[in-house]
Ligand binder design. Structure first.
Ligand SMILES: [Zn+2]
Length: 308
């Protein structure tokens, strides 16, 4: 199967960032595969990350896109990893339709940190919690699941979350590779979920195959298509593609209006202080880097609105 269709794809043309979805014909497994090289590269630029942070945040972004791809239309989710390691906290959000943004609190690790020698993600992220929040339309409250960080490698942490909070057995692989200058050269990943009622032997087979498979970056470099790579990873049942016609792109929800609402939420005392300072307020979005200016007269207006 793999050999036959492989030659057709050795075109050297890089696929653009996209989610590809499949299920196995025996209805045991559903799969999502994502390429996100350009997106992870843009996020690394925006967040000005060092190599370790680039890989960690890239992995979280890929994993978040994969989880979001298994939602329904108009739904989105965010994943927040809050450990006590030198990377601080990492956050990514993605919608079913592929709109993504991400943030890391410590994009650059101290040059003397021992973690730069060991490159150990467990140490870099540290102990803490992973929080997944799902925004589902028609529900007043977002749905939140919290689990301890068990590995720091992120793929295992997300699989642990799926098992603990959704009783879903899964195999997740997240791959971010850097070139010699520390820039993202490839970013991809996949999520295989065992459909409830399927034999648990299948998941062992999936785990075995993932363990033995060559690195994802290598398979992509060989020109294999997402379908061909996924055929390698599943247990032998043919794959059926599911239409998922969305391009993945960076998308920030920040706006002048949201900035002003956030200032209002800081309360009367803080706003009054800002007005008394007699200066406009400059705010930079921590996700996309866009700058906003709130003029003194707008600040006065916000304060008046709170006092009314
Ligand atoms: Zn923004």
């Amino acid at each position: 199967m793999l050999g036959a269709s492989r030659s057709a794809n050795v075109s050297g043309v890089k696929s653009s960032d996209k989610v590809h979805k499949f299920y196995t014909k025996d209805l045991a497994v559903r799969a999502s595969f994502v390429t996100a090289t350009q997106l992870c590269s843009e996020i690394a630029d925006l967040q000005d990350t060092d190599p370790l942070a680039t890989i960690a945040l890239g992995r979280l972004v890929i994993g978040t896109i994969l989880l979001a791809s298994q939602l329904w239309e108009n739904q989105s989710l965010s994943v927040r990893m809050e450990g006590n390691g030198p990377l601080g906290y990492l956050y990514a959000e993605a919608s079913f339709e592929g709109k993504v943004r991400a943030y890391i609190s410590n994009p650059r690790i101290e040059p003397h940190s021992p973690v730069l020698k060991t490159l150990d993600f467990k140490e870099a992220i540290g102990e803490g919690v992973l929080t997944v929040t799902k925004n589902l339309p028609f529900q007043k409250q977002p749905q939140t699941g919290i689990v301890p960080i068990v590995s720091g490698e992120i793929a295992q942490d997300l699989a642990f979350y799926l098992h603990q909070s959704q009783q879903t057995l899964s195999v997740i692989s997240l791959s971010v590779n850097l070139n010699s200058e520390g820039h993202v050269s490839s970013a991809a990943g996949f999520l295989l979920e065992l459909i409830p009622g399927a034999s648990e032997q299948v998941i062992q087979e999936l785990e075995n195959r993932t363990r033995k498979a060559p690195a994802l970056s290598e398979l992509l470099n060989q020109g294999l298509s997402p379908l061909e790579i996924m055929e390698h990873q599943v247990h032998g049942s043919p794959l059926v593609a599911i239409e998922h016609p969305y391009a993945i792109a960076l998308h920030c929800r920040c706006s002048q209006d949201r900035v002003e609402k956030t200032l209002s939420l800081m309360g009367r005392a803080t706003l009054a202080e800002m007005v008394l300072k007699g200066e406009e307020v400059k705010v930079r979005c921590e996700f996309c880097g866009k700058s906003y200016v709130v003029t003194l007269s707008t600040l006065r207006g916000l304060l008046t609105a709170l006092e009314d």
